[in-house]
Design a protein around this ligand. Structure first.
Ligand code: E4P
Length: 217
């Protein structure tokens, strides 16, 4: 499974990159706005800064809601760096834009996917990856990981090339469960990735090894 980090914070992206496990980055307009990054020039400069840290795929989201706007915006985003993936919302115009970008060889990430039917449409339109938001599904009292199983099964039936990118991950267990379900990618906050490092028996075993090494020295 590929690991993406879900943040716009450059220090966090650098930290995950330096851990040696980073395959890409996802951002969204809320994450950018939280850092006070607003306006086209500032947003594009920030994407460039992210692409300078990692050569992995970096999802950059369009803000337009209509097909011509998505195409114009996505084409500009794709020019920022060769690892930019244009992130497009799951709407009828979004599907048209995904098909357009596929014909131009530009990678897309279809975002805000909450059902297998939506995933199927995005795959048929030619999305490079689709983002089911599992944490938000859990928040609404449904089982987000179950949706990953369902989409992975559906895609296998038809040999779609579209990758399943589990998004809206909230904790380390979500990551492991998505790996069990066969997600191709998980995009995670840094805290959830670092949470995978922890096991009390590792800490106890390490302390014991250090202690023993002093006894017999
Ligand atoms: C994915 O691309 C989204 O940015 C993200 O995973 C949404 O997560 P949230 O539900 O925690 O906002």
């Amino acid at each position: 499974m590929k690991f993406y980090i879900d943040t716009a914070v450059l220090a966090e992206i650098k930290e995950a990159h330096d851990m040696g496990i980073l395959d890409g980055v996802t951002t969204n307009p809320s994450l950018m706005a939280k850092l006070g990054i607003q306006g086209k020039d500032a947003i594009h400069a920030h994407y460039k800064a992210i692409c300078d840290i990692t050569s992995g795929e970096v999802s950059a989201e369009v803000l337009s809601m209509d097909f011509p706007g998505m195409v114009a915006e996505g084409e500009e985003l794709a020019k920022i760096a060769k690892n930019i993936v244009v992130k497009i919302p799951m709407t009828a115009d979004g599907l048209k834009a995904i098909k357009h970008f596929k014909s131009k060889g530009i990678k897309t990430n279809c975002t805000l996917v909450f059902s297998a039917g939506q995933a199927l449409l995005a795959a048929k339109a030619g999305a490079t990856m689709i983002s089911p938001f599992i944490g938000r599904i859990d928040d609404s009292n449904w089982d987000g990981v179950q949706l990953i199983y369902q989409i992975v099964d559906v895609f296998k039936n038809y040999d779609f090339e579209t990758e399943v990118l589990a998004a809206s991950i909230r904790n380390p267990l979500h990551i492991v469960k998505c790996a069990e379900a066969g997600a191709d990618i998980a995009t995670c906050p840094l805290g959830a990735i670092k949470g995978l490092l922890n096991h009390p028996l590792t800490n106890i075993g390490l302390a014991q090894f250090i202690e023993d090494s002093k006894k017999f020295a």
